[in-house]
Design a protein around this ligand. Structure first.
Ligand SMILES: [Zn+2]
Length: 167
Protein backbone atom coordinates (compact mmCIF):
# COMPACT_ATOMS: atom_id res chain seq x y z
CA UNK A 1 0.00 0.00 0.00
CA UNK A 2 2.64 2.48 1.08
CA UNK A 3 4.70 1.66 -1.98
CA UNK A 4 1.84 2.32 -4.39
CA UNK A 5 1.02 5.70 -2.90
CA UNK A 6 4.72 6.51 -3.17
CA UNK A 7 4.64 5.53 -6.83
CA UNK A 8 1.67 7.82 -7.51
CA UNK A 9 3.52 10.59 -5.72
CA UNK A 10 6.49 10.09 -8.03
CA UNK A 11 4.20 10.26 -11.06
CA UNK A 12 2.60 13.48 -9.81
CA UNK A 13 6.07 15.00 -9.36
CA UNK A 14 6.82 14.13 -13.00
CA UNK A 15 3.58 15.88 -14.06
CA UNK A 16 4.78 19.06 -12.32
CA UNK A 17 8.17 18.78 -14.05
CA UNK A 18 6.53 18.42 -17.49
CA UNK A 19 4.29 21.44 -16.91
CA UNK A 20 7.23 23.54 -15.73
CA UNK A 21 9.16 22.47 -18.82
CA UNK A 22 6.37 23.76 -21.03
CA UNK A 23 6.44 27.14 -19.30
CA UNK A 24 10.21 27.27 -19.68
CA UNK A 25 9.90 26.50 -23.40
CA UNK A 26 11.65 23.16 -23.09
CA UNK A 27 8.67 21.09 -24.19
CA UNK A 28 6.34 21.33 -27.15
CA UNK A 29 2.64 21.39 -26.26
CA UNK A 30 2.07 18.21 -28.25
CA UNK A 31 4.58 16.39 -26.04
CA UNK A 32 3.02 17.81 -22.88
CA UNK A 33 -0.45 16.65 -23.95
CA UNK A 34 0.76 13.13 -24.76
CA UNK A 35 2.91 12.84 -21.64
CA UNK A 36 0.21 14.04 -19.26
CA UNK A 37 -2.27 11.67 -20.85
CA UNK A 38 -0.05 8.65 -20.33
CA UNK A 39 1.05 9.69 -16.82
CA UNK A 40 -2.56 10.05 -15.77
CA UNK A 41 -3.37 6.48 -16.77
CA UNK A 42 -0.49 5.20 -14.62
CA UNK A 43 -1.93 6.54 -11.38
CA UNK A 44 -3.39 3.70 -9.33
CA UNK A 45 -4.47 5.02 -5.93
CA UNK A 46 -5.94 8.38 -6.88
CA UNK A 47 -9.71 8.71 -6.96
CA UNK A 48 -11.61 8.82 -10.26
CA UNK A 49 -13.15 12.20 -9.45
CA UNK A 50 -9.71 13.80 -9.34
CA UNK A 51 -8.68 12.11 -12.58
CA UNK A 52 -11.88 13.26 -14.27
CA UNK A 53 -11.25 16.86 -13.19
CA UNK A 54 -7.70 16.58 -14.43
CA UNK A 55 -8.82 15.20 -17.76
CA UNK A 56 -11.42 17.95 -18.20
CA UNK A 57 -8.79 20.65 -17.77
CA UNK A 58 -6.41 18.71 -19.94
CA UNK A 59 -8.97 18.37 -22.73
CA UNK A 60 -9.41 22.17 -23.00
CA UNK A 61 -5.81 22.36 -23.98
CA UNK A 62 -6.00 19.36 -26.28
CA UNK A 63 -8.92 20.95 -28.14
CA UNK A 64 -7.01 24.23 -28.49
CA UNK A 65 -4.11 22.30 -29.96
CA UNK A 66 -6.28 20.17 -32.27
CA UNK A 67 -8.00 23.29 -33.64
CA UNK A 68 -4.64 24.91 -34.25
CA UNK A 69 -3.37 21.90 -36.15
CA UNK A 70 -6.62 21.68 -38.05
CA UNK A 71 -6.20 25.21 -39.30
CA UNK A 72 -2.67 24.44 -40.42
CA UNK A 73 -1.18 26.86 -37.92
CA UNK A 74 2.28 26.34 -36.50
CA UNK A 75 1.65 28.03 -33.16
CA UNK A 76 -1.25 29.00 -30.96
CA UNK A 77 -3.07 32.22 -31.49
CA UNK A 78 -3.22 34.38 -28.38
CA UNK A 79 -6.57 33.15 -27.17
CA UNK A 80 -5.58 29.49 -27.43
CA UNK A 81 -2.27 30.21 -25.83
CA UNK A 82 -4.16 31.72 -22.92
CA UNK A 83 -6.54 28.75 -22.66
CA UNK A 84 -3.59 26.37 -22.68
CA UNK A 85 -1.61 28.29 -20.10
CA UNK A 86 -4.65 28.58 -17.86
CA UNK A 87 -5.25 24.82 -18.16
CA UNK A 88 -1.65 24.00 -17.35
CA UNK A 89 -1.63 26.42 -14.46
CA UNK A 90 -4.79 24.85 -13.00
CA UNK A 91 -3.44 21.33 -13.61
CA UNK A 92 -0.27 22.25 -11.79
CA UNK A 93 -2.21 23.69 -8.89
CA UNK A 94 -4.46 20.66 -8.48
CA UNK A 95 -1.45 18.34 -8.78
CA UNK A 96 0.38 20.24 -6.04
CA UNK A 97 -2.63 19.97 -3.73
CA UNK A 98 -2.80 16.21 -4.40
CA UNK A 99 0.93 15.79 -3.72
CA UNK A 100 0.51 17.48 -0.36
CA UNK A 101 -2.48 15.27 0.45
CA UNK A 102 -0.65 12.05 -0.51
CA UNK A 103 2.42 13.04 1.50
CA UNK A 104 0.26 13.53 4.58
CA UNK A 105 -1.44 10.20 3.95
CA UNK A 106 1.92 8.46 3.56
CA UNK A 107 3.41 9.88 6.70
CA UNK A 108 0.38 8.93 8.78
CA UNK A 109 0.44 5.39 7.33
CA UNK A 110 4.16 5.14 8.02
CA UNK A 111 3.53 6.33 11.54
CA UNK A 112 0.82 3.73 12.13
CA UNK A 113 3.10 1.03 10.83
CA UNK A 114 6.41 2.05 12.35
CA UNK A 115 5.71 3.97 15.56
CA UNK A 116 5.99 1.02 17.95
CA UNK A 117 8.61 -1.75 17.99
CA UNK A 118 7.32 -4.93 16.32
CA UNK A 119 8.35 -7.91 18.48
CA UNK A 120 7.95 -10.42 15.61
CA UNK A 121 10.82 -8.76 13.76
CA UNK A 122 14.36 -9.67 14.80
CA UNK A 123 16.54 -7.47 12.62
CA UNK A 124 17.80 -4.18 13.88
CA UNK A 125 19.35 -1.42 11.80
CA UNK A 126 23.01 -0.70 12.55
CA UNK A 127 23.73 2.72 13.98
CA UNK A 128 26.56 4.22 11.92
CA UNK A 129 26.48 7.49 13.85
CA UNK A 130 25.71 11.03 12.61
CA UNK A 131 22.10 9.96 11.88
CA UNK A 132 23.10 7.23 9.46
CA UNK A 133 21.69 3.72 9.66
CA UNK A 134 22.61 0.56 7.82
CA UNK A 135 20.34 -2.33 6.87
CA UNK A 136 21.76 -5.68 8.10
CA UNK A 137 19.90 -7.50 5.30
CA UNK A 138 21.11 -5.62 2.22
CA UNK A 139 23.87 -3.35 3.61
CA UNK A 140 22.12 -0.21 2.37
CA UNK A 141 23.05 2.89 4.40
CA UNK A 142 20.75 5.90 4.66
CA UNK A 143 20.26 9.03 6.69
CA UNK A 144 17.46 8.79 9.24
CA UNK A 145 16.13 11.18 11.86
CA UNK A 146 13.34 8.86 12.94
CA UNK A 147 12.72 8.14 16.60
CA UNK A 148 10.00 5.58 15.87
CA UNK A 149 10.25 2.00 17.08
CA UNK A 150 10.90 0.75 13.55
CA UNK A 151 12.53 2.12 10.42
CA UNK A 152 12.09 0.96 6.85
CA UNK A 153 15.10 0.18 4.69
CA UNK A 154 14.76 2.35 1.56
CA UNK A 155 16.45 -0.31 -0.54
CA UNK A 156 14.89 -3.65 0.41
CA UNK A 157 11.85 -2.15 2.17
CA UNK A 158 12.19 -4.41 5.22
CA UNK A 159 11.12 -3.06 8.57
CA UNK A 160 13.95 -3.00 11.11
CA UNK A 161 14.22 -2.04 14.74
CA UNK A 162 15.41 1.52 15.11
CA UNK A 163 18.55 1.89 17.25
CA UNK A 164 17.47 5.50 17.90
CA UNK A 165 14.07 4.52 19.30
CA UNK A 166 13.00 6.58 22.28
CA UNK A 167 10.16 4.85 24.09
ZN1 LIG B 1 17.73 -3.40 3.26
Amino acid sequence: MVKTVQRDLDILEVIIIKINKYFNNFLHINTVINDLDSLLTQLTTIDEKWKLEFRTLWSNMEIAYALTLDQGLETFDNQRKKITEKSLFDLKKMTEVKIKELKEQLSSEEKDELAKPIPEIQEKANDLGANWLMCPLCQEAWESHSKYGMVRCPNCNHKLHNPKYQA
